[in-house]
Write a protein that binds this ligand. Structure first.
Ligand code: GLU
Length: 507
């Protein structure tokens, strides 16, 4: 099913996050769907903060939501931070209206007061569990006045308001992502709409706000699907037309299981920033999960474009094409995409983005060597966070064990010959004043011949010694380029130091 105006009105979508201090990647996926729809249909994307759960409220959590979306370049038109025609957009600032609606529902007989104490509800649930019955309020309070109820056990004066679900029939609706959904009413719980502290639950507030903010499409994660029949009951009781309600598929881990905050740090949007993913790569990746963007240069059917941005996502987005099955988050694929964006980036821009990671690691991006080193690594870098460890060899000499200078299959004596040869090659090249990857390469090839290193493996051993002596590492960017950037003075100093280390081994 394609999205279209709802009853002819302008398309309005919303993200309704709770400020918990944790921005779940699943919420961000929903936000992208919302933003894509709003752009495609020239509608409005609204952020509404669902902060009626007082226990879970966290300072700064709301800003975290805005920051995460802004980081990705997702735009919204209305919300607590920017106002709009349906302000306020924070549920804690809309309390009187929920109370009014709850009272109306009670007066109509569509909802009722419940004075059951938490202890009684707990016992009831345990008994139901033991009897293998579905968990469901047993309606002890239904049809009773407060005085009548007091005659029974488990009474508390702090009452809540519960929705009265129908006893028979089905609640049915069409989800554009899942098709027709049907729930047997007799199995549905009489959910709480208003808590004893006078705050609404999600189930009441979401309906009141979606209606009053003229939301045409309520899009949310699959985990909210069981709540939808209750919402539809509220709409019906109030004689309001519900929006189109769609439930996006769950995001899964590589084992196709649910992602958990504890086991999968990437459930948290923050992780992607901290790990040095580029927002354009993350957006591209999420876009892949919800839209098929055809390859423009390859117009035959079925060929997907690899790299694209928000404009393409919204252009090709179709709610009905997302599909209901869970989407695996493939971090290898994201690494690959991130690498693609890094490779295509202007060096100056890459330096700007890598900067904070370098600084945090105590590496000075003002060092003249930085840009050359970064250029060398640009091809290989997958995450910005890798830059400090890969590039640190250009900034400081790293400690290593003398044994690292002796490759496998070679005696310390032979390693010493190789290093001595390398030192004289480097002295020779340095003396010419032309210290480049090219001027280094040829005399090193000659050195291999002079040392009678005829096989690839033997030459590899020679370059292994030079690599460790120059950088302290066994794996680096291409050796001669690395040496060229480090400069003759540093290399000669490091090789001399390596020579001392070998002397310590008795050769
Ligand atoms: N407050 C809910 C959440 O945290 C909103 C669900 C919905 O969009 O209806 O995701």
């Amino acid at each position: 099913m394609e999205v279209s105006g709802h009853g002819g009105s302008r398309v309005r979508v919303r993200l309704a996050p709770s400020p918990t201090g944790f921005v779940h990647i699943g919420n961000v996926l929903v936000a992208l769907v919302d933003a894509a729809i709003a752009r495609k249909f020239n509608g409005a994307f609204v952020i509404r903060i669902e902060d009626t759960d007082q226990k879970r409220f966290l300072e700064g959590a709301e800003q975290l939501i805005y920051d995460s979306l802004a980081w990705l370049g997702i735009e919204w038109q209305e919300g607590p931070d920017r106002g709009g025609p349906f302000a306020p957009y924070r549920q804690s600032e809309r309390l009187p209206r929920y109370l009014e609606v709850a009272e109306q529902l009670v007066a109509q007989g569509d909802a009722y007061r419940c004075w059951c104490s938490p202890e009684r509800l707990d016992e009831m649930r345990k008994a139901q569990q033991a009897a293998k019955l579905p968990p469901k309020y047993d309606r002890l309070c239904l049809g009773k006045s407060e005085t009548e109820r007091q005659a029974f056990g488990g009474y508390t004066e702090r009452s809540v308001v519960r929705l009265r679900m129908p006893d028979t029939g089905h609640t049915t609706f069409t989800d554009p992502i899942r098709g027709e959904m049907s729930f047997e009413n007799a199995l549905l719980d009489d959910r709480v709409l208003l808590k004893s502290d006078g705050f609404p639950t999600y189930n009441l507030a979401v309906v009141v706000d979606d209606h009053e903010m003229e939301i045409t499409h309520a899009i949310r994660g699959e985990e909210w699907l069981p709540s939808t029949p209750a919402h539809l009951r509220v709409y019906e009781a109030l004689d309001w037309t519900p929006p189109v309600i769609a439930h996006t598929p769950l995001l899964l881990n590589a084992d196709r299981g649910k992602i958990s905050k504890r086991k999968h740090p990437w459930a948290n949007m923050r992780w992607f920033q901290d790990e040095g993913f580029l927002p354009e790569a993350v957006l591209n990746y999420l876009g892949n999960l919800i839209a098929f963007v055809p390859d423009a240069e390859n117009p035959q059917q079925g060929v997907a474009r690899e790299l694209f941005g928000f404009a393409e996502i919204s252009e090709h987005f179709q709610l009905g094409s997302i599909g209901p099955s869970g989407k695996v988050v493939d971090l290898d694929r994201l690494d690959w995409l991130n690498g693609q964006y890094i490779r295509r980036m202007a060096l100056d821009e890459l330096a700007r983005r890598v900067g904070p990671f370098m600084t945090a690691a105590g590496l000075d991006t003002g060092n003249p060597i930085f840009m050359g080193a970064l250029a060398l690594e640009q091809e290989r870098l997958k995450r910005l966070s890798e830059a400090p460890s890969v590039l640190s060899i250009f900034f400081r000499e790293e400690a290593y064990a003398p044994e690292a200078l002796v490759p496998k299959g070679v005696t310390p004596e032979v390693a010493r010959q190789m290093l001595d040869g390398a030192i004289s090659v480097c002295e020779g090249v340095a003396a010419t004043g032309e210290w480049t990857a090219e001027t280094l390469e040829a005399p090193f090839r000659d050195l291999a011949i002079a040392l009678d290193l005829t096989t690839g493996k033997q030459r590899g051993q020679l370059f292994g010694v030079v690599r460790v002596a120059s950088t302290g590492r066994t794996a680096t960017p291409p050796l001669f380029d690395t040496m060229a950037i480090l400069g003759a003075e540093t290399i000669l100093k490091r090789l001399a130091h390596a020579r001392l280390l070998l002397a310590g081994l008795g050769v």
